[in-house]
Design a protein around this ligand. Structure first.
Ligand SMILES: O=C(CO)[C@H](O)[C@H](O)COP(=O)(O)O
Length: 276
């Protein structure tokens, strides 16, 4: 695939969910990726490609002094194919901004993440960033975690410990999840469980509505269990979440609880590749 930067043009208008993802991503980049931002974390999933395309559209001149840190194989490929400079967290332990998707977001900006099994590296880059921004389509804007995203909280676990962890999760007198399943590779893929970029397994655990009202408590409880590597609950981390809406508007939800409705898509014009 040619580098995006070499032939980016005003992309064809998108509608529906893909259009909503793009609107959220473009709005977030326009507002939070400024020329002074040089060390940028790129999340994973199907929304972040629109983040990268909008960053590339800012032009080679501004991007030549930036480095981009990936949160997994897909994220790395986006950076490389976008003609952007790849860097590693070993070199840059503090980032200016990280932008990432989410599987579900509640009104307090608690996020379920890990639908793509990347939550460990995503949380490392989110935590290392001065500003962490979430971008998603309207399906992820939820009044309570677990209502739209029913697959459960993705828990990255040591392969050695997955069986006792499953047992503990399903034991009412232990972790008491409503359900817990080892995430298997999709049919036609590699036989066996999904293996993360870190060589671990993922258990998806569903909790009760009352537990989802306090996701931080679920997070702390799980993090203390031996064999748990990382939990796909991002609590108190995002500064703002942008949701692309079906009508072409964008809803911004701030950590303060404030929301802002941003106009129709005609106000978020495709960026012209800068002449370089
Ligand atoms: O956490 C993630 C991967 O582990 C993704 O950011 C999350 O699953 C959202 O993906 P998408 O943008 O495709 O909805």
């Amino acid at each position: 695939m040619a580098s995006l930067s070499s032939n980016i043009v005003d992309p064809a208008p998108l509608s529906g969910i893909e259009g909503a993802k793009r609107l959220a991503a473009w709005t977030a980049v326009d507002r939070h990726i400024k020329p002074e931002h040089k060390i940028i974390g790129i999340g994973s999933g199907s929304t972040v490609p629109y983040v990268v395309e909008r960053i590339v559209a800012q032009g080679k001149e501004v991007n030549k002094d930036r480095v981009f840190l990936p949160t997994g194989f897909q994220s790395k490929e986006l950076i490389v194919k976008g003609g952007l400079t790849l860097a590693d967290i070993d070199q840059y332990t503090e980032l200016d901004v990280t932008i990432d998707g989410a599987d579900e977001v509640d009104p307090e900006l608690n996020c379920i993440k890990g639908g793509g099994a990347c939550q460990l590296r995503e949380k490392v880059l989110a935590e290392a960033a001065e500003t962490f921004i979430v971008v998603a389509d309207y399906r992820k804007n939820s009044h309570l975690l677990g209502t739209a995203w029913k697959q459960g909280v993705p828990i990255e676990v040591s392969p050695f410990a997955y069986a006792p962890l499953l047992n503990a999760l399903l034991s009412p007198n232990k972790l008491g999840a409503k359900s817990a399943k080892l995430r298997m590779s999709p049919s036609g893929g590699k036989a066996g469980p999904v293996v993360t970029d870190n060589g671990n397994f993922v258990i998806d655990a569903v909790f009760s509505e009352s537990e989802y009202k306090n996701p931080k408590e679920i997070l702390v409880k799980l993090k203390l269990v031996t064999g748990v590597v990382e939990v796909g609950l991002f609590c108190g981390m995002a500064k703002v979440a942008y949701f692309g809406n079906e009508d072409g508007s964008v809803t911004a939800l701030f950590a303060s609880g404030r929301t802002e409705l941003i106009g129709k898509s005609e106000e978020i014009l495709p960026a012209k590749a800068q002449e370089n």
